[in-house]
Write a protein that binds this ligand. Structure first.
Ligand code: APR
Ligand code: PHB
Length: 389
């Protein structure tokens, strides 16, 4: 088999890249380790920056998003019960869209099945070969059969635990990492959200987030320890903890119901530089991770893909290598700003094991400063809705 771009991973990054390439007639094949159902079963974040909404439009997969997605003109912060609304619309004239990553993935999968290139699901032992030369190859096993695909380029969109970054010799990569000493325990429930807006809450017992997927489905999180297990968190305990951490007036309106998904996610900041090795280009979680506090993970993956797509388009349409040569530097500049924002929001809103009286007062001062400064609120809004690409 032969293709122009071999894409590893059918998460949102790989599927979006494949879709954009399909639309300009660049041949591509996606290799995914899991089944389509498995990929769609993963519950992840749900806030799209306006640039991500625009990319969905560019890719012609915006129909359901505009019907079912919920435009949000702001979000709420709560600090020990005091609340502050960040009004994106009034501050910077922009908004975000609440639409689950699972739905983004489903829309892209359906578009590909309708009129796109091939996706090989359950591709086992994917391996990259000769990515430093002009004729890279990707091999995998399909049941007992060995398969091989020659290509011009490999796009590593295979997430944090993928094979693409692992193919790069360690001495050619610089890694930056911070592992946070807590996790998020998340619950998905078929009950209307407690508020029309997302609420990010700091409380002495720990962080909490009230989010949603639709007018009838809510997503809630509480900060927990990394060594805890979901079995230790029956629904009653979860809701009890959530209620204590948010504004009591809001807590009164919380509608509880049996959780339809419950999981614990660790929090991590991570960047691997550079994002190119020969003909291999990394995009999305394969190269970087952010803690979920700023809702940047999916959006960063999408902005990488947009730049990588533009670089491939320049190569195939104009025969120019300039975009591919600048890719890593261009995306890393924006990635680091999103890393900074996610780290900042995480630091402001969580209780760290070493949070002493001094650090709590600093967190409080940060919140009070935000509350009193339109400029500070606008800075938050700009980062949340998405920095320019
Ligand atoms: N071979 C083939 N596919 C692989 C391999 C491998 N060795 N390893 C991983 N994959 C697949 C995974 O099964 C997954 O479907 O690559 C895909 C990567 O998808 P994501 O992890 O969703 O990463 P990405 O597309 O970059 O999207 C980023 O996802 O994890 C969230 O917070 C993140 O929201 C952000 C978004
Ligand atoms: C979610 O809805 O899952 C969600 C929303 C906002 C975040 C993180 C997660 O910052």
């Amino acid at each position: 088999m032969r293709t122009q771009v071999a894409i590893i991973g059918a998460g949102p990054a790989g599927l979006m890249l494949g879709r954009l390439l399909d639309r300009i007639g660049v041949d591509n094949v996606i290799l995914e380790r899991r089944s389509a159902d498995y990929v769609l079963g993963r519950i992840r974040a749900g806030v799209l920056e306006d640039g991500t909404v625009e990319l969905m439009e560019m890719a012609g997969v915006n129909g359901r998003m505009h019907q079912e997605g919920l435009p949000h003109t702001g979000c709420e912060l709560s600090f020990d019960g005091d609340t502050l609304r960040i009004d994106f619309e009034a501050l910077i004239g922009r908004r975000v869209m609440v639409y689950g990553q699972t739905e983004v993935t489903r829309d892209l999968m359906e578009a590909r099945a309708r009129d796109g290139g091939p996706v090989v699901y359950e591709a086992q032992d994917v391996a990259l070969h000769d990515v430093l030369g002009a004729a890279p190859r990707v091999t995998w096993r399909d049941g007992g059969i060995e398969r091989s695909l020659s290509c011009d380029f490999v796009a590593g969109c295979d997430g944090f635990h993928g094979v693409a970054r692992a193919t790069i010799p360690p001495e050619r990569l610089t890694l930056f990492e911070r592992v946070y000493p807590f996790g998020w325990l998340g619950v998905l429930v078929d009950k209307p959200p407690v508020s029309d807006e997302l609420i990010y809450a700091h409380h002495e017992r720990g962080f909490a987030l009230c989010s949603m997927r639709s007018p009838s489905r809510s997503r809630y999180y509480v900060q927990c320890r990394t060594d805890e297990r979901v079995e230790e968190w029956p629904d009653e305990r979860f809701y009890g903890e959530l209620r204590r951490r948010i504004d009591p007036e809001v807590a009164e309106k919380l509608q509880e119901g049996p959780s339809i998904e419950k999981s614990i996610a660790p929090l991590r900041s991570f960047v691997a530089e550079p994002m190119r090795y020969g003909q291999l280009f990394l995009a999305g979680d394969a190269a970087h991770i952010v803690p979920p506090t700023g809702a940047k993970g999916l959006n960063l993956a999408m902005s990488d893909v947009r730049c990588l797509f533009e670089a491939f388009a320049e190569h195939y349409r104009d025969g120019s290598p300039a975009g591919l040569e600048r890719y890593s530097e261009r995306v890393l500049n924006r990635i680091w700003k999103a890393e900074r924002f996610s780290w900042w929001m995480t630091t402001l809103l969580h209780i760290f094991p070493d949070t002493d009286r001094f650090s709590r007062r600093i967190q409080r001062a940060e919140f009070d400063f935000l509350a009193g400064s339109r400029a500070a609120q606008a800075a938050l809004a700009e980062n949340y809705v998405g920095l320019p690409i």
